[in-house]
Design a binder for this molecule. Sequence first.
Ligand code: OFO
Length: 168
Amino acid sequence: RLSPTLAAALNAQMTNEAHNSQIYLAYASWASDKGYDGIANFLFRHANEERNHMMKFLEYILKRGAKVVVTAIPAPGHDPKSVNDCFEKVFKYEVENTTSIYNIVNMSLEEKDWATWNFLQWFVKEQTEEETLALDLLSKIKVAGGEKANPEALYTLDLDLGKTPDDA
Ligand code: OFO
């Protein structure tokens, strides 16, 4: 059985994942409105991934005999100012999420709850991949000299992201 401390932390993390899903939904809608259909497509798919993460936490909490607490999800905040700003923010949120997951990994270690420790390793790997992806997209925009300097590079990025396959 999960300790009350770990159950609370995992429930909070479940809400974090739902919050990230809302952020990606908002950014995807923003990108679509700006005519960046590929970027929107990528962000909509990512919103689904975050929702799947939320479900993984929910199912794990239930499986370990603790209570799932579904709460309100904070609003996503302001729209990005540009594509660069969008991916800067995405990277920032992913780093925050990684920190939050590492904290729970640490708690599970302290409690010697190896099942939870093991469950979280999937997320440790996933966060590394998501941070790398966001950094990679940011550097593609920057190498091209920023979106203002080179709208064609942005156009290519938009096309590429429209083709990125689902991976969650
Ligand atoms: Fe849930 O992986 Fe991003 O935040």
